[in-house]
Design a protein around this ligand. Sequence first.
Ligand code: PMP
Length: 436
Amino acid sequence: MTPSTDLNIPLFERAKALIPGGVNSPVRAFKAVGGTPRFVKRAQGAHFWDANDQRFIDYIGSWGPMILGHGHPAVVEAVQKAALEGFSFGAPTEREVELAEEIIGLVPSMEMIRLVSSGTEAGMSAIRLARGATGRSKIIKFNGCYHGHADALLVKAGSGLATFGNATSAGVPPEVVQHTLVLEYNDITQLEEAFALHGKDLACLMIEPIAGNMNFVRASVPFMQRCRELCTQYGALLVLDEVMTGFRVGLTSAQGVYAKSIPGFAPDLTVLGKVIGGGMPLAAFGGPRAIMEHLAPIGAVYQAGTLSGNPVATACGLATLREIRKPSFFEALSARTQSLVEGLKAAAAAEGVPFSADCEGGMFGFFLLPTLPQSYPEVLTTDSARFNQLFHGLLDRGIYIAPALYEAGFVSSAHSEEDIAATVAAAREVFKLLAK
Ligand code: PMP
C-alpha cells in the first residue's frame, strides 16, 4: 500500500477538517505512534476491515466490550429484535430488571445497581454517591488509573501527600480537584501515610484492580488487602472501577480474582461498563442496598439519564452476559489469551528482546521491559520509539494492537488458534528487527 492508494488517508483528512484531531476519542488518532488511523468499514469475529478492505486481527475489540468478537449471532439477533420493538422509551422496561438480575447474580458484592450510558458517567456518579453517603468530600485515586473524564478524576499527583492533585486537562479549575489525592499504585507506605493524614475526611478510594490504563498492572494482593482494611477502618468506601475488568478477567470480575487470595474480599461500590453493554453504550454502578438507596428518587444523591437502561443496549448486554456465563467460556478464553502471551514471550526470547507479559481471562498486557512494572512511572520507562516500531511492524502485518504503550489488549472468544499463531509469527518477525 502506497500513500497515494491508501484510502484511510483522504478519510482522515476529511475527518480532521470537521472533528478535532479527526477522531471522537483521542487515543484513536495514532498521536503517540504516528501514522494514519485505520478507518473501520466492518468487522466480524476476531477481525475488522479498514477503508482499503485490508483485514486486521483485532486485539482492541472496541477497547474491551467485544468479548464474543464482532457480530456474534445471538447478540445480533437480540439487538435486531429489540430495535424492532423500539429504540428508547424514557420509561422502565423489564429488560433493565433482567440485566440488573443477571449482573447482581454474578457479582455478589452488589445488591442494587443503577444503569447509565458510559463508564465516565458511572465513575462520576459513584463518586457523587460515595460523597453523599459518607458526607465527606475527599477521594483517593492512583497515578496511572483512568476512571473516565469527569473533572474530579482528571488529576495527577500534587507535590506531596499533604497537598492534593493538579488537573491533567485544561478547563478543570484547581478548586474542582482540590479534594482528589493522587497516590502511587502498589505503594503501601504512601497509602498508610495518606490515610493517617486524611482518612477521616475520605469519602472513597477508587482503584482499577488490574489497571488496564497503564497497559496491565495488577494491584498486588497485599496492596489491595490494605486498601480494603484502611477503607473499613476509616469509614471510607472502597470503589473498584471494573469498567475494563468487569466480566472480562473472569465471570466474577477482578473482585472475584482477589477474593481467591483475600478471604471475604468485596468492594463497597463497583463501577462497570464495556462488556456489560456488549458494544452498545451501557455502563453501571452498584453496591449494597444501604449505600445505593442514597440515590434519587429515594435518596438525596441526584443522578439521571435520558438514555439510561436503553432497551437496545440492555438487549445487547444481556445476550452477551448469557453467552459468557455458559460453562467453560472463561476457561477457553483464558487458555487462548494465555497461549498468545506465552507465544509472544517465547518469540521475544528467541530474538533476544527484553519482554514481559501478563494476562487474566481475556485481558492481557505486554511490555518491552525485562520484568513486569508495578506502577505508572515504571511503565513509562518503556522506550516509546521501540514500542512504536513494534506497533507499526504488527500493523503492517495485519495485527491491530492498541496504538499506545499504556493500553491493555483484549482477546475474544472468536480469536482462533490460527489467529494467535499468525500474531505470534508476525511478532517474531518484528522482534527480529527490534533486536538489530
Ligand atoms: N474506567 C476505566 C477503567 C476505563 O478503562 C474507562 C474507559 N476506557 C472508563 C472508566 C471510562 O469509560 P467510558 O470510556 O465508557 O466513559
